[in-house]
Design a protein. Structure first.
Length: 297
């Protein structure tokens, strides 16, 4: 029968800690579990192999013996002693080994070195956490401004979720227990949703602040006046100071985007004024501008 390299089976280094082995084993066992791969013989064989490797490497005494004798296990003093005395490691009834897996789901190498009395059901009854699901959800900026509910379909099931106001582009939230069902009574996995915020508005969002540009005519810029501007929460009237220059910025406190999961807290809205130069002037209007120019020269 061939020597089995358990470290290679699990893909771990010989210096791997017990926790390292445990973590790797759980991932591999869940991936190749027969209940998740009912028609895959190779997966079932792999499942048996990783369970055997874990059985040895996660047990301090067995790992010590395995590390000590390795491929020279046939010459191990303890093994030979047990074999001669008819102990649990003996080759019962003159049975010959072919190197495959027997009825106990352990290879002949394992049975000869550690005994073949382990229960077959142990590995199959291990509880495994279900796999996590990942999903992307597009949300318009206007909808992201307010807390709202939305239904998404995950693995054929409708899931109704509440999206808090202020969700950001690329932000991820976890819904515990909405992933794949656990194996053998293990807990369900989780659902991770990544939000993609689309923006079809006039506003540019940076964090919780909003930015926009408002056009004003030359006369309002020079003489002052009042303009109505849109926000994500309705319209507001602004007073424009006389002699407002092109590119002047104004901040409206708490008129920006809501802070995530912080009620009644908002960023600011920054407005940039863009002064529009009049076109298509009449001769009379041109003369008035010429007169104005003379007074300022």
């Amino acid at each position: 029968m061939d020597y089995v390299d358990y470290y290679k089976v699990l893909g771990v280094d010989k210096k791997a800690t017990t926790d390292d082995i445990k973590n790797v084993y759980r991932k591999l066992a869940r991936k190749h579990h027969p209940d998740l791969n009912p028609n895959d013989k190779e997966a079932n064989k792999k499942f048996q192999q990783i369970n055997e490797a874990n059985e040895v490497l996660s047990d301090t005494e067995k790992r010590k013996k395995y590390d000590q004798y390795g491929k020279d296990w046939k010459h191990a003093e303890e093994f030979e002693k047990q074999k001669k005395s008819g102990g649990q490691y003996a080759n019962q009834g003159g049975q010959t080994f072919s190197g495959g897996y027997g009825e106990n789901d352990f290879s002949d190498f394992f049975a000869s070195m550690f005994g073949g009395q382990e229960s077959r059901s142990r590995s199959r009854q291990t509880k495994f956490r279900g796999q996590d699901y990942n999903a992307e959800l597009q949300v318009d900026l206007i909808n992201a401004y307010k807390t709202h509910q939305q239904t998404i379909t995950v693995n054929g099931k409708n899931v109704r979720i509440t999206i808090p106001a202020g969700i950001e582009n690329g932000q991820q939230i976890r819904l515990k227990g909405y992933g794949a069902q656990g194996v053998n009574g293990g807990p369900n996995g989780d659902l991770y949703i990544t939000f993609l915020i689309t923006n079809n508005t006039q506003f540019k969002r940076t964090g919780n602040d909003l930015y926009t540009t408002i056009e004003i005519d030359l006369y309002t810029a020079v003489l002052g006046g009042e303009v109505t501007v849109d926000t994500l929460n309705g319209k507001v009237k602004l007073k424009v100071k006389p002699e407002t220059q092109n590119g002047t910025k104004m901040r409206l406190k708490a008129k920006g985007f809501p802070l995530y999961k912080k009620e009644e807290e908002y960023g600011d809205l920054f407005i940039t004024f863009s002064v529009i130069i009049p076109t298509g002037l009449t001769e009379k209007q041109k003369e008035l501008f010429k007169e104005l120019a003379k007074t300022t020269s």
